[in-house]
Write a protein that binds this ligand. Structure first.
Ligand SMILES: Nc1ncnc2c1ncn2[C@@H]1O[C@H](COP(=O)(O)OP(=O)(O)OP(=O)(O)O)[C@@H](O)[C@H]1O
Ligand SMILES: [Mg+2]
Length: 1012
């Protein structure tokens, strides 16, 4: 048959195409756009996506297409990603390709080896830094980075076809890109068959969540109307069809574009569409039935390979001589059943629906025989498969051929590849299949080179990588049970499995149980000799003890682990244990010894990276940077801490871990910058870190510092938003590095906005965690804040000439008692102790400049942290004023004001100015000029300390008049408002200041320097 069944004209779909074109525009403006094109099989999703691609291409977009491949109901791991990368590799000029791949090149070349040559060789250390199995998070980060870089050069359209066939890893990747692409010129359109989604289909929950997301656009395709069918038929036939034919085709096809084509094909071959069989599959097969035997056989053979098949593989399996083969191919292509694959090296069914119909129609025996033939061919010559997909394809064909022994070894091999490529979900699925086949294969161990225990262990490791901790746990339990059944000496294996089990427990927030498990593991090992297992178990135990806050035992265990690791030459374990030891020692107060161990661990990990030892060295080295910068910060070496964190950030970006462990390093560097008073830099750095959209705790750690910065600067709305984000992210964590800092920032904001009850509440929640030995560094800021709140409250009572309530005094005593108990993690932290003592004196109403002098001195000497120093200077100035020493007060307030201006710490600037005004202390005129915007604007409104009480501008004006002793009618007259309104303002002011009458309000106003 000549001609073509496909209409050269694109029919209908105007609205759909217009909205897709709109999304392309949106993406071009750096707002990533996402479209879900859904509809039944054959309705025209691919055709619409092609129109979109042509449009994009015409506008200079880089168009990438990835196809999900069904393999016996299981998607091929990451097939669309591999397609996309292949297109990139083939279309981008080499220099550009190298830029686009950047640090992702080594990781992505595991998926597509041809990428390795395209990119410049990265430093050896980086290649080997990656562990044997890439984590899912690393892969995702690399893909995201690649799209970001590519979209810097061209706007990008990514089309992912047939998502209903996608493997788990591809679904995760798409969901991740939808979530994480921001501000890059990328549009993603996916297609899926809506009639393929059975109740438990993995795409369903994703679609449901995407439907709720307003940034994701669902486009459902409907069947063609009669007019559209007529238009399609005219375009195919090159002439208007007779109305009767249109009616028949419309009736039979129901407006499905693909069926219209097939019916047109049947009619063109001489059939009468009205005579066609009733079922869809039979309609499709009716066109096959007309072919010669050879062509039919060829189609059946091709259908077993899937939608597409490489030409050499097809030739091999079809078993036809060359002439026969060519004749059969010609026939199937002429009748528009097969088409030449766009790659030019293979054939594909014109449509998947026909492939399915042919495959389903075969007799089971023939199917099994053909699967076996494919498997045997691929086994003999893997190159026949055309590359990437071999391992999974082989596993699939042997399985479908019911050759379980061969299927088993192919399945474990495919699992290893999937794990290495960053697709742990597929590795897990394959290994679980291997476990299923296992009992049916007598020589399973010989075939796979492992025993069943190993398979369970590997499956557990894939589950762990994937983040399925429960599954990992049960698979490990299974491995342990299996091991118990097997004969022979196996204590060491048992111990190593228990070690893995303990790691899962530890990550499940059960560190104490993990320690118990590891003790059991250790007891299985021979006491009179040292093995690698000793080192591994001890290192894990030290790690769990640290999580369980048992620092003494942690340090001891880590030392034993290092000794064992050295004895057996397990250098990665040695590095790991050194880092744990360093952390424990530092928290136990020996920072020097701690730093030494940390540096040794880091050096070892970096060295091993350079010398090509496998293992999870990147994670180890990053842990070292995290702990090292943390300890340096702890001992007040802010600058060195910031520098160390920067080196770690650099490594994280090279190995694809910026969004995970790298976030901790960004947080650490931000913290050091913040302590040094470089608030702008810390603000910028955390904003950048968040722009990469890390998830969960990795994001929380960045919000944490933004909340604190906002609190310091008086930008309370922003700070409160960061707090909310953080709360959402950490949900029920009990990790005090999050919970205590969250309470501190919450309290700081509440205090700043005048909500003393909420501020106090935040501190109270933190009390139980203060005596924890890790906790000291988080306890101190909170203790200070707690006493500061009480002192502020006591001052309010005194302003109102009220007695200070007994509960307040009791709370002070409680906090002071804690302050006496909590250790200082390093000498510089003594400054907090001074600060706490000075606040207590303030709460007691003692006017003693000496305590504030001591606090100022401590912050000047020890820690060089401008923020608490500015604060202490302010209070010193206040006390000196009360004591009548105006000269020294003036110089203290000036210094405080200058520091606070430099920091942009608006609340301190405001208080300093208010103090200067009421005590008639002069501030240098030009002082605020150099300050940031926040401080500048506050400086122009000296009474802004009132912001703490939440007074509006109008209420301030009223307060000034109240302080001047005016009555409501007088106020009304002065402000051109009614007397009633004035009285409403006055009662609001009284409520906000927490005073009971106008006289008290006037007292507060005078103290704060508010006057006409
Ligand atoms: N708007 C259209 N104009 C002209 N022809 C169309 C149109 N839509 C679809 N077709 C034709 O109908 C056939 C089936 O369409 P297509 O392959 O796009 O369906 P699909 O929805 O992607 O199906 P599947 O779910 O099986 O992938 C194709 O040959 C296509 O060219
Ligand atoms: Mg399609």
């Amino acid at each position: 048959m000549g001609g073509n069944l496909v209409s050269p004209v694109f029919i209908g779909r105007r609205e759909e195409l217009a909205s897709l074109a709109g999304l392309l525009e949106q993406a071009k403006a750096k707002e990533p756009a996402f479209a879900l094109i859904g509809g039944e099989a054959g309705i025209g999703k691919t055709r619409l996506a092609r129109e979109l691609a042509a449009l994009a291409d015409g506008h200079g977009y880089c168009v990438l297409t990835g196809q999900c491949v069904e393999l016996g109901g299981e998607g091929l791991p990451l097939a669309p990603l591999v397609d996309t990368l292949r297109t990139l590799a083939r279309t981008l000029p080499p220099g550009e390709l190298a830029d686009v791949l950047g640090p992702a090149a080594p990781a992505l070349s595991r998926l597509l080896p041809e990428l390795a040559g395209a990119a410049p060789a990265p430093p050896a250390a980086v290649v080997t830094m990656a562990s044997e199995d890439m984590s899912k998070a690393q892969l995702l980060e690399h893909v995201l980075g690649t799209f970001d870089r590519l979209s810097g050069l061209h706007p990008v359209l990514l089309v992912v076809e047939d998502l209903h066939w996608a493997d788990r890893s591809t679904l995760d990747l798409i969901a991740f890109l939808f979530r994480s692409l921001r501000q890059s010129r990328v549009m993603i359109a996916v297609t899926y068959r809506s009639d393929e989604l059975h109740r438990r289909h993995p795409l369903r929950p994703l679609l449901t969540s995407w439907e709720r997301d307003r940034s994701i656009n669902g486009i459902g395709l409907a069947r063609f109307s009669r007019e559209e069918v007529a238009a399609q038929l005219s375009a195919i036939l090159g002439q208007r069809p007779a109305p009767a034919m249109t009616d028949t085709v419309f009736d039979r096809s129901g407006g499905n574009a693909y069926l219209v084509e097939e019916l047109a094909g049947a009619a063109a071959a001489g059939g009468d569409p009205a005579d066609l069989p009733p079922s869809l599959a039979d309609v499709l097969l009716s066109r096959v039935d007309g072919l010669t035997d050879g062509a039919q056989r060829l189609l059946r053979t091709a259908s077993v390979a899937g939608r597409a098949v490489p030409d050499r593989l097809l030739a091999e399996v079809a078993g036809l001589d060359e002439d026969e083969l060519l004749r059969a191919l010609r026939e199937t292509i002429d009748s528009h059943l097969l088409v030449v694959d766009p790659s030019g090296h293979g054939y594909a069914f014109r449509h998947a629906l026909t492939r399915d119909a042919v495959y389903e129609d075969m007799l089971p025996g023939e199917r099994v025989r053909l699967h076996a033939a494919y498997a045997a061919a691929l086994d003999r010559d893997p190159a026949l498969g055309g590359g990437d997909a071999d391992a999974s394809a082989l596993a699939y064909h042997w399985y479908a051929a019911l050759d379980l022994p061969r299927a088993l070894s192919a399945t474990t091999a495919a699992a290893a590849r999937a794990a290495a490529a960053g697709a742990p979900a597929e590795a897990l699925r394959l290994l679980e299949r291997a476990l299923e086949i296992w009992p049916r294969v007598a020589d399973a161990t010989e075939r796979t080179g492992m025993d069943r225990v190993d398979v369970s262990r590997l499956a557990a490791s894939a589950a762990y990588q994937y983040g399925a901790l429960d599954r990992a746990r049960s698979l490990l339990a299974d491995a342990l049970a299996e091991l118990a059944r097997s004969a022979g000496e196996n204590n060491e294996r048992r111990a190593l499995l228990l070690e893995r089990y303990a790691v899962v427990q530890r990550d499940h927030s059960e560190p104490a149980q993990a320690v118990v498990t590891l003790q059991r593991a250790l007891s299985l090992l021979p006491p009179d000799q040292v093995t690698r297992a000793h080192a591994v178990v001890l290192a894990a135990m030290a790690g769990s003890q640290m999580r369980a806050d048992d620092m003494m035992n942690c340090a001891q265990t880590a030392e034993r682990a290092i000794e064992a690791a050295r004895a057996v030459g397990a250098r990665d374990t040695e590095a790991d244990a050194s880092i744990t030891l360093g952390g424990a020692r530092s928290y136990l107060g020996s920072a020097d010894a701690g730093l030494q161990a940390l540096r040794a661990g880091l050096r070892l990990a970096l060295d091993l990276g350079e010398h090509g030892t496998a293992g999870d060295l990147a994670t180890i080295a990053l842990r070292a940077y995290i702990n090292l910068s943390d300890v340096l910060e702890l001992i007040g070496q802010h600058a060195e801490a910031a520098q160390t964190a920067a080196e770690g950030i650099e490594l994280a970006s090279r190995v694809g871990m910026t969004r995970t462990l790298g976030s901790y390093l960004i947080g650490n560097r931000a913290e050091s910058l913040l302590r040094m008073g470089q608030l702008d830099e810390a603000d910028e750095l955390t904003a950048q870190g968040l722009a990469a959209f890390p998830e969960g705790v990795f994001s929380a750690t960045l919000h944490q510092f933004r909340a604190e910065i906002g609190g310091m600067r008086g930008q309370y709305d922003d700070a409160a938003a960061s707090i909310r984000a953080m709360k959402r992210l950490i949900t029920d964590t009990i990790d005090i590095q999050f919970t205590q800092t969250l309470r501190y920032s919450t309290g700081l904001i509440a205090l700043g906005t005048g909500d003393l009850a909420a501020a106090r509440q935040a501190v109270t929640e933190g009390l139980p965690d203060m005596t924890n030995s890790w906790g000291a560094r988080y306890a101190w800021p909170l203790l200070w804040l707690g006493l500061r709140i009480e002192a502020d409250d006591a001052t309010r009572h005194r302003d109102r000439r009220e007695p200070v309530p007994a509960e307040l005094t009791e709370r002070c005593a409680l906090l002071a008692g804690l302050a006496a108990q909590v250790q200082t993690p390093a000498p510089s932290w003594e400054a907090y102790r001074e600060l706490a003592a000075a606040e207590r004196a303030r709460a007691d109403g003692t006017v003693d400049p000496e305590v504030w002098r001591a606090a100022v001195g401590a912050w000047q000497r020890a820690a060089a942290e401008p923020y608490p120093l500015a604060y202490a200077l302010l209070r010193l100035a206040e006390t000196l004023t009360a004591a009548g020493d105006l000269d020294e007060a003036a110089s203290a307030v000036r210094e405080s004001h200058a520091l606070a201006c430099r920091l942009g710490a608006a609340p301190i600037v405001a208080e300093a100015e208010a103090l200067a005004q009421r005590a008639r202390l002069s501030l240098p005129a030009g002082e605020t000029a150099g300050a940031g915007d926040a401080a500048g604007s506050v400086a122009s409104k000296p009474a802004d300390e009132l912001a703490r009480f939440g007074l509006t501008d109008r209420e301030r004006e009223v307060l000034v008049l109240v302080a001047a002793g005016r009555s409501n009618p007088e106020i009304a007259k002065a402000l051109f408002i009614s007397a009633k309104t004035a009285s409403v303002h006055v009662s609001n002011i009284l409520a906000k200041l927490g005073v009971s009458g106008r006289v008290e309000a006037a007292a507060v106003a005078h103290r704060l320097g508010v006057s006409a």
